[in-house]
Design a binder for this molecule. Sequence first.
Ligand SMILES: NC(=O)C1=CN([C@@H]2O[C@H](COP(=O)(O)OP(=O)(O)OC[C@H]3O[C@@H](n4cnc5c(N)ncnc54)[C@H](OP(=O)(O)O)[C@@H]3O)[C@@H](O)[C@H]2O)C=CC1
Ligand SMILES: O=C(O)C1=N[C@H](C(=O)O)C[C@H](O)C1
Length: 275
Amino acid sequence: MTMDRDMKLVVTGAAGRMGQTLIRVIHAMPGAVLHAAIERPGSPFVGKDAGEIAGLGANGVIIGDEPLEAFLHADGVVDFTSPAASVAFAGLAAQARIVHVIGTTGCSPDDEEKFRAAGRHARIVKSGNMSLGVNLLSVLVEQAAAALPARDWDIDVLEMHHRHKVDAPSGTALLLGEAAARGRKIDLATHSVRVRDGHTGPRGSGTIGFATLRGGSVIGEHTVYFAGEGEMVTMSHSAGDRSIFARGAVTAALWGMDRKPGFYSMLDVLGLSNS
Ligand SMILES: NC(=O)C1=CN([C@@H]2O[C@H](COP(=O)(O)OP(=O)(O)OC[C@H]3O[C@@H](n4cnc5c(N)ncnc54)[C@H](OP(=O)(O)O)[C@@H]3O)[C@@H](O)[C@H]2O)C=CC1
Ligand SMILES: O=C(O)C1=N[C@H](C(=O)O)C[C@H](O)C1
């Protein structure tokens, strides 16, 4: 469906780090317009002007706490909140038959099933990282993992984020781990080592390890190490600004307008998916 007007987007978690960035990016990107901004009931931001909170100056969109009402009159929702909130929003997006872009990380397998179920009626795009750079990196990681034999090459993913981040490993680290597991044709859940502490014994061959750093205001640093005997290949991504995630998310929302209901990834949006 090609629209002759801008796509009307709702931003949930509008006063959060990503919510504010999204409001600025939607203001700057052609093809989309901010329709509504949502925070949780009782939030001190409810009733405030979304443009002012995002540092743009007043835009007349007052932050509300009734998501269904907002979704029913919108084309899509861009959602970087919490796992429980995103599960609830997916159900409402399915009711409203709109596009739901989910950037929230730290979701459980049970949450993921609920997102897929909502994809029967909504067009859901979900990714642990919405940036072009990380999604390209995941394709390269998959290729490297396929090319470097598991018996000789160990894979570990290292990530660092700001002190406020509440989930670990990051969604991006898990996305990169999944890419490595695909390249090796193994199941990540049964081959990953999420914690090392105390007398761990030698490293298990064929496992994929994760290490987490937290501190300061770091937006997002990720490195995948392929460590062999006497040589090492490293692949990294460094986020310098949250607008890379927000631009990706708005691009995903616009892409979702022309899709059938379903559950999609950023690789689908970017044409990098090989499935
Ligand atoms: N996929 C990607 O590319 C990226 C993903 N992320 C992920 O996005 C999520 C948010 O990150 P960030 O913006 O830094 O976090 P923040 O804590 O800054 O923002 C989250 C916002 O969501 C609000 N919120 C929580 N529950 C609800 C609810 N039920 N209804 C409405 N609003 C709600 C919070 O309000 P309150 O404070 O009152 O709880 C807060 O304002 C995280 O999971 C993070 O990992 C972040 C960057 C990129
Ligand atoms: O919480 C964040 O900030 C980020 N979360 C995402 C993740 O968990 O990977 C993406 C990005 O790195 C920033």
